[in-house]
Ligand binder design. Structure first.
Ligand SMILES: [Zn+2]
Length: 381
């Protein structure tokens, strides 16, 4: 008789967690998954770039292409002594599995694999295609991962129509939140140039703190936009600021600051950059500024995929998901601009990146069923 302990999704989750694949390491995770998907009839393509392992797998040749996306890498454990168990030896206790990657996102990977195995066994001759885009670099710089695979696919005009990112999207109970977009993230590294001098002779110096303070006050107080139906308003935060030599009688010669904007689809990078430079210029700040765009905002209007996922969640766990755009960035940012409908749907995210990361084992089993039902609604004949 089978028990929860030998559920195939839980077994695969545990196998993946035993590989300490701290970003950008993969340590065979994608090989295990590739073998499973190949055995289920998928065509496998490995696309390593530098130290990063990537996997593109596809079953079928027609469109629409429904693709699962995810990552095999995990963040570092943090202080090992704060873990109650070995982070790379998954332990199940009272219905909860503990280990690094249990929630973000090895259980999600396992659920998409077993969902696909079951679906393909029942519907070998389905509509469209079922695909997988998996990488070992989501938690790191995210340069040689999903971004590069999407470039390869675009170059050969291989399209993804629908994409389910298996990131942990749920907050309190499985399926309560589906992400249908993410805010953009724009960072700036500001250097304000002044002239160092003696505090007693300020007319011979130029204090960069005084020069930039009114501009920073204006930036911090500014209302950038009001957001919209699906996005929170854009926010500006200063994360670091430093100036001064440590001596109490020296006017500093330079100030360095870092700031970040999380922005809605009401904004563009150009618009944000010109607003900020206009404010700095108006306050006559002498500065240099380096920009870093870590993600553009993306938004998928509710459509066929979010409808199918919602129906699957309602049927299997009796929850009606909220469609949301909150939280950090994800690899959906690289897939959405190709025109795909993208949703993120996965387990509860309360413990991700923390010590004693965990997942409820019932949720892992149910997630695989939700994925399978969603595939069925989208691709079964
Ligand atoms: Zn993740």
């Amino acid at each position: 008789m089978s028990t929860l302990a030998d559920d195939p999704t839980l077994l695969l989750t545990q196998d993946l967690i035993r590989r300490p694949s701290v970003s950008p390491e993969d340590l065979g995770c994608l090989q295990v998954i590739a073998q499973r998907l190949e055995a289920a009839g998928c065509r496998i393509e490995r696309m390593p770039f530098g130290p990063v392992e990537n996997l593109w797998a596809r079953h079928g040749t027609e469109r629409p292409v429904l693709c699962f996306a995810g990552h095999s890498d995990v963040v570092p454990t943090g202080p090992r002594e704060e873990w109650a168990t070995d982070p790379f030896d998954p332990v199940i206790k009272d219905g909860i599995m503990y280990g690094r990657g249990t929630a973000d996102m090895k259980s999600g990977l396992a659920a998409m694999v077993t969902a696909a195995e079951r679906f393909l066994a029942k519907h070998p001759d389905h509509k469209g295609s079922l695909a997988f885009l998996l990488t070992s670099d989501e938690e790191g710089p995210s340069v040689d991962g999903t971004r590069r695979v999407v470039e390869v696919l675009e170059a050969r005009n291989e399209k993804i129509d629908y994409c389910i990112v298996g990131e942990p999207s749920s907050t309190k109970e499985l399926g309560d939140v589906i992400k249908i977009g993410r805010r953009g993230s724009l960072s700036g590294k500001l250097t304000v140039h002044g002239v160092q001098g003696h505090i007693a002779y300020p007319h011979l110096a130029d204090n960069p703190v005084h020069a930039v303070a009114p501009a920073l006050a204006e930036l911090a107080a500014r209302t950038w936009d009001k957001g919209n139906d699906f996005f929170q308003p854009t926010t500006f935060q200063i994360s670091n600021i430093s100036a001064g030599t440590g001596a109490p009688n020296v006017i500093p010669g330079e100030l360095k600051a870092r700031f970040n904007l999380r922005f809605s689809t009401e904004q563009t990078v150009d618009k944000l950059q010109s607003t900020i430079t206009e404010i700095l210029n108006r306050h006559k700040v002498n500065y240099s500024l380096e920009w870093f765009v870590s993600g553009l905002p993306f938004f998928t209007a509710p459509g066929a995929l979010s409808k199918a996922a919602t129906q699957a969640i309602q049927e299997l766990v009796n929850v009606t998901p909220e469609l949301s755009t909150t939280g950090g960035t994800s690899d959906g940012r690289f897939i959405a601009p190709t025109g795909a409908q993208v949703v993120e749907l996965g387990v509860i995210n309360a413990t991700i990146h923390k010590v004693n990361e965990s997942v409820r084992i019932d949720d892992v089993v149910k997630l695989a069923e939700i994925y399978e039902r969603t595939i069925e609604l989208m691709l079964a004949k």
